[in-house]
Design a protein around this ligand. Structure first.
Ligand code: KG4
Ligand code: ZN
Length: 355
């Protein structure tokens, strides 16, 4: 079977009047997940098995351990998703699966499982880009959301400002030149000895801190384009912590968290608003793990109100990795003719508009 996009090779006809049931699998990092959606927007089940407790003791995700855990969990997670939906494999129209970007070993577990399902059940296979999955989480929560709009995708591996021209049609306006925003949260948390994943802990501590206590840099804020850079602020935090240690002054972790978070949120929100205004759109969506950040949500809500823009973001559960978002993206790929063959491979550094 050949991999095909939009052609009729390996593609079964589907009845446009029938409901389309997507079973999706996600295993790109440290969550083994399976979800079943009806017509791309209605969640029938959404099962997530997280490995956070396992990786916590190493201070981050250990790729080899993640792959092994996916192998242990995937069967159970898929069965649970079916049970919760009340459906059987016969009811599934097609299988969607994340094939990149992500950890290659982790991706291969979900991909091999999805291929086996598609092959044995004789269902169509649709490969999904994980970053496209993140932005599609908004289609589930906001039933009226339709392209075009501007989206800010902020996660542990990615920071992208994207113009969504249509379903599956993207123009990248800006992205990070170095660390992803979530990565910066995780690294700062590690330097403060706060544990993994750092984002939610920094978010919580920041609530008791003063965001103006330390003036961390806001890289790229006044640059022409929409690119970001977060390695400078991470280094600034590390330098600050070192200098305080040398001077024997105790660090107020809450203030460091609040000031760091404020600087990151300032840049993300101002760039996103600028892109939306420059491009003449009325809607901005947020997605990815960092979209769960309370300061980002608050600042974006405030700025969007001032500018008369419509802001949408997914509920917490759909911000971090899950398979419901993969099912939604997979559904739109499916109805637009995307089909993949048994030769679909994992692509660890897959770009958003690359496949
Ligand atoms: O989307 P995600 O689950 O995985 C990737 O695709 O990377 O995002 C995980 C990232 C981690 O870096 C985590 O620290 C961050 O999202 N994160 C947060 C919050 N919740 C998760 N960052 C800031 N504030 C939060 N509340
Ligand atoms: Zn993700």
């Amino acid at each position: 079977m050949e991999r095909t996009r939009g052609g009729d090779l390996g593609m079964k006809e589907f009845n446009k009047n029938e409901d389309i049931i997507t079973l999706a699998i996600e295993s790109s990092c440290d969550e083994t997940a399976c979800a079943i959606l009806k017509n791309g927007r209605e969640v029938l089940s959404n099962i997530i098995s997280t490995q956070i407790e396992t990786h916590k003791k190493f201070g981050g995700v250990v790729p080899e351990v993640a792959s092994r855990k996916h192998i242990e969990n995937i069967d159970i997670v898929v069965q649970e998703a079916l049970d919760e939906s009340g459906l059987t494999f016969d009811d599934i129209t097609h299988i969607a699966v994340t094939y990149g970007p992500g950890l290659v070993g982790a991706l291969l577990v979900g991909l091999s499982y999805a291929k086996s399902l598609a092959f044995t059940l004789n269902k169509d296979l649709v490969g999904v880009n994980h970053i496209e999955g993140h932005l599609s989480a908004n289609y589930i929560e906001h039933k009226d959301l339709k392209p075009p709009f501007i989206t800010l995708i902020v996660s542990g591996g990615h920071t992208h400002l994207v113009e969504v021209k249509d379903y599956g049609v993207y123009e990248i306006l800006g992205k990070t030149k170095d660390d992803a925003s979530g990565e910066a949260f995780d690294k700062v948390a590690r330097a403060l000895g706060l544990g993994y994943p750092g984002g939610p802990i920094v978010d919580r501590l920041a609530k008791q801190g003063n965001p103006e206590a330390i003036d961390f840099p806001r890289a790229c804020l006044h640059n022409e384009g929409y690119d970001f850079s977060f390695s400078g602020i991470k280094s600034s935090v590390l330098n600050y912590l070192n200098s305080m240690k040398m001077k024997n002054i105790e660090v107020v972790k809450e203030d460091v968290c609040a000031s760091f978070q404020e600087a990151v949120v300032d840049v993300l929100s101002q760039k996103a608003i600028k892109a939306c205004k420059d491009k003449g759109y009325k809607t901005i969506t947020l997605s990815g793990g960092v979209a769960a950040n309370s300061a980002l949500r608050e600042k974006m809500t405030k700025l969007c109100q001032i500018e008369g823009l419509d802001l949408k973001y997914p509920p917490m559960l759909l911000c971090t990795d899950n398979a419901a978002m993969i099912a939604s993206a997979g559904y739109y790929r499916y109805i637009n003719g995307r089909r993949d063959g048994m030769d679909l491979n994992a692509v660890p550094n897959l770009k958003i508009n690359q496949g």
